[in-house]
Design a protein around this ligand. Sequence first.
Ligand code: PRX
Length: 635
Amino acid sequence: MSYYKVDNLEQYFKHYNKSIREPRKFWGKIAEENFTWYQPWDKVVEFDMTEADVQWFAGAKLNVTKNCIDRHLNKRGEKTAIIFEPNNPDEEALHITYNELHQRVCKMANVLREQGVKKGDRVCIYLPMIPELAVAILACARIGAIHSVVFAGFSSKALATRIIDSESKMVITSDGGFRGSKTIELKEIVDEALQKCPSVSTVLVVKRTNTAVNMKEGRDIWLQPLLDEASDNSVAEIMDAEDPLFILYTSGSTGNPKGMVHTTAGYMVFTAYTFKNVFSYEENDVHWCTADIGWITGHSYILYGPLLNGATTVIFEGVPSYPDHSRFWQVIEKHKVSQFYTAPTAIRALAKEKLEYVQKYQLNSLKVIGSVGEPINEEAWHWFNDHVGNKKCPVVDTWWQTETGGIMISPLAFITPTKPTYATFPLPGIQAVLMDDKRNEIEGNQVVGSLCIKFPWPGMARTIWNDHQRYKDTYFSQYPGKYFTGDGALRDEVGYYRITGRVDDVIIVSGHNLGTAPIEDAINEHPAVAESAVVGFPHDVKGNALYGYVILKETGEIRNKENLFIEINQHITDHVGPIAKLDKIQFVSGLPKTRSGKIMRRILRKIAEGNFTDYGDTSTLLNPEIIEEIQNEKK
Ligand code: PRX
């Protein structure tokens, strides 16, 4: 029996049980039958979940781009691998075949090698959603360099932090990027970031917007002339299964962003397998995931998952509202998209617009529609199901994380009956459990707890770059022997999971995972600010928005509060990026703190929500009187 694809519900349970009883056989068979290896593994998995040491397919040798590209060339050489849909609908879409992708990746790989990039070096990629982004990533993978993609909406400071942490020696960027009616000056942001990044010796620049840019002598090089000269033949580096494939940063509840490290073989097996099953992918389907490649969703389900299955994947440069709110629907019709995978925040924003925007377009090419990034509320789920899926396409509400590498809990399209707001069952191979406060596993159904995974899976991150202790502390210490997700969940009467949200200080705004610490640091850098605390509160479109409580320095100076709000948001934009701006601000004289000095955020969250009851135990507070003051002054 093949375990790569589940065909019906009965088989789902069979595969699931097999994956728990004999995980090594289960994953071993999937890996053996569906990928190309230079050399097989010695052991399918070895692990110590207490030390957070996990290895999959150790001893195996492979190159992931051989699996994403080369092995398809015989059968699918002239098939479209990537459809590039530009920001401006009047600019022609580009269809890149597997043969052309192979040529482009080989040329780029040769350019990287000529520029001195070697196996194990880190390359930071800061590009808009253009084909060169995909090509640069795959070229790194071809030569064994570790790619570290930074979302091109991040500020120069956020970019610098990530370049410094990963010690990248090269940055690949562009003159600028188009986003709706705006042009973003990416090269300028890179120039500013690099003032603090001594590790970077080379910057390769893609021409996209034709914006005039500074080219620093000896460091910055236009990419195209190098590509023109490069050979389109490039031998793929032979990689070990556990060699790092990439670093991708994600926010933590405290401190710097965490550079999650994903390794070669396990990530490859897991993204390919989850893509095939969740979306029920069939040959000639056109897959469109609207995320940015700068997030894990883009890595796994725009690039690796689809290409590993020889699929056609869409890269969309623009935004859902440009030139108008029908853009998504227009693109689905134009490219006859079969699977459409997007985020609840986009669905909510588009559901607010006139229905004609969707109704004008033929969406009957769609087979499966999916959601990711945050809990999808019932209203958004129904709107998506009724108006986009036309009640005929299964809605796959997929739960997973940057750390998990791929989808963990989700309906399998056409197999698992869907239920609004429920991510339903874990995929075969994923041992999800709920834990109570006493660290015991909660058995049975109709229960609520903290979501953990009790057995390794191939796509899990292996460490945090340069900080294994932090990896261990963050994910493996609360529930010894288990991976703790940071999410709360409930399990209904049939065993379906519903993710209820974060149980830590991470806030999900428009599907972006934001830690409170860097935002508070940015606010505190404003000269008028003494201290601050940021919490999330429910928002119609964004899911959560940010509410900042700010204590001003007592300088005797009277400041215009509205101007201060604008200035503080500018600080956040500069330090973190515009996605982290506050929606509301409240100036306060103090913050509720425990005797050990920790801000009691759950109280601030309640006040921000306008819910002035059930503050819970406040006996450990040093200054309980502040609660009433903050509450009374809330606007
Ligand atoms: O809280 C969960 C939420 O997003 C978090 C992971 O964020 P990030 O690492 O940025 O990855 C997002 C894309 C995979 C999770 O801990 N989340 C993600 N998907 C869902 C979700 N919450 C509820 N339902 C989902 N389908």
